[in-house]
Design a protein around this ligand. Sequence first.
Ligand SMILES: NC(=O)c1ccc[n+]([C@@H]2O[C@H](COP(=O)([O-])OP(=O)(O)OC[C@H]3O[C@@H](n4cnc5c(N)ncnc54)[C@H](O)[C@@H]3O)[C@@H](O)[C@H]2O)c1
Length: 472
Amino acid sequence: MSILNLPLSEAKEKIQSKNVTVTVVGLGKMGLPLTTVFTNAGFTVQGLDINEETVAMLNEGKTFIDEPHVPERLKDAVEKGRFKATTNIKEAVENTDFIVIIIPVLIDDHGNADLKGLLQTYENLSKHIPKGAVFIQESTLPPTTTSKVIVPYLENQGLKLGTDFGVVFAPERTYSGRAIKDIEENYPKIVGGADEKSAELVKALYEQFVVKGVIKVSDATTAEAIKTFKGAYRDANIAIANQLAILADIFGIDILEVRDAANSEPFSHIHLPGIGVGGHCIPVYPHFIIQKGKESDFIPSVFVESRIANDYMVDYALDLIDLITPDWQRNVLVLGLAYRGGVKEHRLSPTLRLFPLTREKQPMGIKVYDPLYSKEEIERLFGKETAFDADQFEEALQWASIVIIVTDHQEFKDLNPLKLSNKIVFDGRYVIEPEFAKDFFLIQPGRLGLLERMGIIPKIHPQISSFPKINF
Ligand SMILES: NC(=O)c1ccc[n+]([C@@H]2O[C@H](COP(=O)([O-])OP(=O)(O)OC[C@H]3O[C@@H](n4cnc5c(N)ncnc54)[C@H](O)[C@@H]3O)[C@@H](O)[C@H]2O)c1
């Protein structure tokens, strides 16, 4: 009998003795680490992915996903017969008990969550799942989607919640680069069910490996809100820091000095400003809740403005460089494609916005260097002759007259300032100490006053006339 239709105590015993099968749908940067957490805990996992190459590689015990412990655990799971990947839906859900959905949900051109692929996946799965299997929705969704969209959608396929299937929302709460540690050790797992019994079962499942335990919240919508509210909160806090940085430039003071001193009080948590926010979490989740607010004629304007404010930091960078050198007849080097240091992930990275805007300035040349990306990978995004290879850092620096730092990679933090002689450097991540800027211009947002006083740049007044008019 299926997990959902067993008496609760019996179902829990089955879970505790690892006598259940888990299907993971989406074997990417987050799905694969989670898979290896399950296999490491003793569960058998059937992986489903649409990418045939990924599936073939994984079945050989190999992966490109560069997360600590994942390659060894994967190899071990394949050798022990605890993991098999497939592109075949029927095979992937055969005799399964839990089906984890961890495929990306992005935003469409109107800023709304694009659920088409997700719903199609549920529809395809629902045709083959064993009666009483429990879906665990891990990829982030706008609040109310699990109960008001997914459940009715599955019921329209003729399935009944609570007997034919169960659904919980159990958000992924990980940071690329430390996924396994985050899942197993760093945070409690959040679980909110569309039906109560599924929530109990999924709680029991995650309790097998989450050291800090499982927080079972009232329902799926609460769990969705925990994830999206946190993301939007963070985006708004970064926007506050960014706007304070611009104000600091207007006042001629140093935002980092203000921040350090202000944060000595327990009620002040001013974030680090910078050249913008990227990745497929923080810049996306505000859109999820704005969309939901709008559906009820409520515009959560703080989050609308925060998105605009954070995107604007790229324009601000270019405006400040303009003030130092209105003539862009130079070679511009963008340092970093990744949205965050040490992580090979460029979705919604500020560089994607910066590159075309810089090109409009008609510099002599513009190229990107990122130690984690090959020339080909970068040129696939921006075209021919737009990149240096990962081993060409020296050459890239020699070529450039203007350098714009977007990513706080360790390589950039360790950069010898002598290599920047005579250049104009915009440091959007505060990786360069102003005291080392002896023979180059250094611009950092929120620090113009300090840099002027240190004689690093001439006296300039920030140009902010280009800040977009807010239009809800
Ligand atoms: N990457 C992160 O840092 C992070 C952090 C927190 C939460 N998340 C959540 O995890 C989700 C997944 O992110 P990711 O980084 O693993 O994405 P990813 O792009 O690395 O991987 C997605 C995988 O899913 C596969 N896939 C896509 N559609 C599919 C379908 N219909 N059926 C089967 N497989 C399919 C792809 O081939 C790919 O292998 C995100 O939407 C987000 O909500 C990610």
